[in-house]
Design a protein around this ligand. Sequence first.
Ligand SMILES: [Zn+2]
Length: 167
Amino acid sequence: MNREEMRPSGVATKILLSEEVRAQIRAHGAETYPQECCGALLGHDGETGREVTALLPLVNRSEDSPRNRFSITADDVREAEKAGAKMHGLEVIGWYHSHPDHPPRPSEYDREYAWPWYSYIIVSVEKGAAKEMSSWQLADDRSGFSEEKIEVMRVRAGEAQFEGAGR
Ligand SMILES: [Zn+2]
């Protein structure tokens, strides 16, 4: 099945995180504060939504402005795809980064450098403590992001009960 069949554009999507993944994103953001952290979201598109089951933390390669920018290179994409393939065939379904002392909303820079289809999770880190988390998807025409609902999987995907992502 190709990506267009699975995810018609304009349809609101939902992203499911395990507790562990959610905690790891928050911890990574706190660890790199006051700089931005970034990494890849690994998982797959399931029946009830997009499921993130593992992460690949990356080095923020933005040398000019690591406090408010992150940059992912083609090498990072390849590395993330390889790591996912090794983990029981997981796909790279998105990217996460932190916003030190800023709300978890995509910046104009984020929009310019994002790719459609992927999910972008942003965690706000205030004074070193991880706060709100949100997830976004860029429109196919790159005009803007729409927000995805984050749900946290308490147990294994498929037989899970869900709760809100603690906003
Ligand atoms: Zn950003």
